[in-house]
Design a protein around this ligand. Sequence first.
Ligand code: HEC
Length: 174
Amino acid sequence: MNGKAPEADGPVIAALSAYSYWLATGAPTGQELPGRAYPEVPKPEGGYDLAKGEKVYAAQCAVCHGQNGEGQKSGDDYVFPPLWGADSFNWGAGMHRINTAAAFIKENMPLGKGGSLSDEDAWHVAAFMNSHERPQDPRLIDGSVEKTRDKYHANDGVNLYGEIVNGTMLGKGL
Ligand code: HEC
């Protein structure tokens, strides 16, 4: 997770497997249950637009996630997670894919108002969020963003790792 799988036979996997097994108590097998996964959200016809995403972010997200995506803390703990910057999910997390983030956001955000954004706005705001720097992909190869992009990001949905945005190459990590 976050670009790095937990150790296959380690305590994290054992605990998660036991918990999933317990959660599934009495559930039918071999059929999909309601609420499973998020439906794909179609990409806007004209592509995504970072400037439109910035507006959606300011109007609908910044109140919880902060003006600069920095999140909000109560004491030492985040109550609203940062969406970019040093403490956010990293470049190896599935959420860095704009298509994946758009589907998550459309279904769940703004918190308590899931399903309220248009498909286009979900894409625009997902792209805006993912056009910022964040912690490095833990699979970084030889310290090279280019090599890491070619191996892990070139065919990984729609994403901006290693791409130039506003004159700066993303993916250098924090
Ligand atoms: C009312 C407060 C609130 C608003 C408004 C809000 N969020 Fe969130 N968001 C949260 C909380 C709380 C979580 C953590 C949920 C959890 O852990 O289950 C979260 C989680 C997320 C995550 C997952 C982060 C991660 O590290 O996995 C993303 C992405 C996200 N929000 C995007 C958005 C976007 C984009 C908007 C605006 C369209 C938005 N949120 C509006 C409260 C909010």
